[in-house]
Design a protein around this ligand. Structure first.
Ligand code: SAM
Length: 226
């Protein structure tokens, strides 16, 4: 069974966007994962296809209505669907590689993209939505955030990356940032590739990379070492 992503959004035309190109798009064409989008507005019941209303208690902006979103979720993810239900949200748990790995090993995800001021709290609770943030900044909507999450997840699905594009050494995979990378030419604007990398001594290369990873992590992201 391949990884199945279902997106609930007011802007389905934004998909697949970048998810349709390069290795991620090839993975979809090869059937390693699939993507479907659902227009939230299709679940509105009034003539104007209204999906939002003013915030209870007052304040700026609009809030996505719980009944309409619940109907959309129930249609996309009926009882028995074991996929996690994610809500892209700046208030959510920050997305980390460990969660990305878990999702990639699972059956897929139902992803709700917020807009406006956000979503009525009751539907978050009633449908068990897991709030996920892609960083401490506020986007205009959840669509780009959903693409970020899916791109990170799909590239870990077995077969999506070729052997030549392995991720074992990458940043966050072993709790460290990746070491610096170099390629030819040997000299670029007076800067040489570190001699150890062209020495042919794999043991020394390994040691150098590990030391560089540790130094980079200590200086840039000491929080990862804790
Ligand atoms: N009023 C909300 C708040 O302060 O938390 C922000 C709403 S934002 C303008 C609209 C939608 O964009 C959110 O419902 C969410 O789906 C998405 N979004 C914005 N920033 C995000 C982030 N950092 N991570 C994930 N989703 C985000």
């Amino acid at each position: 069974m391949s990884f199945s992503a279902s997106i609930i959004t007011l802007f389905p035309e934004l998909f697949p966007g970048p998810l349709g190109t390069s290795v991620i798009g090839r993975g979809m064409a090869d059937g390693l994962w699939s993507l479907s989008t659902t227009q939230l507005r299709d679940f509105a019941t009034d003539r104007h296809r209204t999906v939002d209303d003013t915030p209870s208690g007052g304040g700026a902006g609009m809030v996505l209505k719980p009944d309409i979103l619940a109907r959309a979720i129930d249609a996309v993810s009926p009882e028995g669907d074991v996929r996690p239900r994610l809500l892209m949200s700046p208030r959510g748990v920050p997305l980390r590689q460990a969660r990305v790995r878990e999702l990639a090993a699972g059956p897929g995800a139902v992803i709700v993209c917020g807009r406006f001021e956000g979503i009525d709290q009751r539907v978050i609770e009633a449908r068990g939505l897991e709030e996920v943030s892609i960083g401490d900044y506020v986007l205009a909507g959840g669509e780009v955030a959903a693409m970020v999450l899916l791109e990170a997840v799909v590239r870990l699905i077995p077969g999506v990356l070729g052997a030549a594009e392995s991720h074992a050494d990458e940043s966050f995979e072993n709790g460290l940032l990746e070491y610096p990378q170099f390629t030819r030419p040997q000299v670029f604007e007076g800067r040489e590739i570190p001699a150890v990398l062209t020495s042919g001594d794999h043991g020394k290369v390994e040691k150098w990379r590990r030391a560089e990873s540790e130094t980079l992590t200590r200086t840039r992201r000491p929080d990862l070492l804790k």
